[in-house]
Design a protein around this ligand. Structure first.
Ligand code: ATP
Ligand code: MG
Length: 281
């Protein structure tokens, strides 16, 4: 029995980054092992804007430690789904469970403090603030703010600048950063809230192949920190390289989900998403 739990511990540590000190008893191991199976669950999520169905009965789950790509053509409902998960919009029907608890109806800051953070399709830093202060602002709304002194907060923000690859930009005003640097800052600010689940909306849109390669490395670094990631990626530039699974939306419907190689062979995805008229089996 004990050997089985030790094997579980080693597996959890490798995959999710838990420390041995996180486990004090066999019950704790059991709880966490049960915990890690499903982090986020969407049950029949629909969203209507007047008579328009932006989302229609979406069922989907994300397991702890996964990277999932949320893909689909323009207007498929991807950002609307992020807005619903993060509390900016209320679903017209359906439920969202995070770590087994219903979160629909909660305000965005409450959802953020539970451990869900996001970036926006268009970069939104506080442009008149330095990169460092932007990150500190993210930290203010996240978990654990009151537990740290100012110098510890600054240390954390500097470390995040390092993680996202712009350590030399700490004192630069956000308005003076390039697009790629602003996206990195968005990511650092989102990470500063200490999320368990990170929602990234078109984080590599407009990136050159070199920047995409850097973004792949960056996302893998974030995963190594134990963060689960749902990434909107209209053009599949990142998601095919980093995702364990894809969720494909079209006209507010889920049309496919599964491993990227399998999903990309799906007839309906080829037709609806890539615009292919005839695909041979
Ligand atoms: N607040 C709103 N009021 C009315 N319609 C909306 C609203 N937000 C989104 N929509 C509509 O819902 C549909 C889905 O929009 P959404 O932004 O979620 O698509 P998307 O998949 O993110 O597309 P894109 O790849 O262009 O970002 C679109 O037809 C959009 O016009
Ligand atoms: Mg969008």
């Amino acid at each position: 029995m004990i050997i089985i739990f030790l094997i579980q511990l080693i597996g959890l540590k490798e995959r999710y980054g838990y420390r041995i000190s996180d486990f004090y008893s066999i019950n704790a191991v059991k709880n966490i092992a049960e915990h890690i199976v499903i982090l986020l669950q969407l049950r029949g999520i629909s969203k209507k804007f007047n008579d328009f169905n932006a989302l229609n009965g979406i069922d989907f789950s994300i397991n702890q430690g996964e990277i999932v790509g949320l893909v689909g053509p323009n207007g498929a409902g991807k950002t609307t789904l992020f807005n619903i998960i993060s509390g900016r919009l209320k679903p017209s029907s359906g439920n969202i469970l995070f770590e087994g608890k219903k979160i629909n109806g909660l305000k965005p800051h409450r959802i953020c403090r539970l451990g869900i953070s996001r970036t926006f399709q268009s970069s939104r830093p506080f442009i008149k603030m330095t990169a460092l202060n932007n990150i500190l602002t993210g930290h203010l709304f996240g978990k654990g703010f009151r537990l740290h002194t100012r110098s510890e907060d600054v240390q954390m923000a500097l470390e995040l600048l390092e993680v996202v690859g712009i350590p030399h930009k700490a004192e630069t005003l956000a308005e003076d950063l390039t697009l790629s640097e602003k996206r990195r800052l968005d990511l650092a600010r989102a990470l500063a809230t200490r999320p368990k689940l990170l929602l990234l909306d078109e984080v590599a849109a407009g990136f050159s192949p070199v920047l995409v390669k850097q973004a792949v490395q960056l996302i893998n670094r974030v995963r190594e920190r134990g963060v689960t990631i749902l990434i909107i990626d209209h053009f599949l530039t990142l998601s095919l390289k980093v995702s364990d699974r894809l969720l494909v939306l079209d006209h507010g419907e889920k049309i496919a989900e599964g491993p990227p190689n399998k999903v990309m062979k799906n007839r309906e995805v080829g037709r609806a998403y890539l615009g292919l008229q005839h695909q041979k089996d």
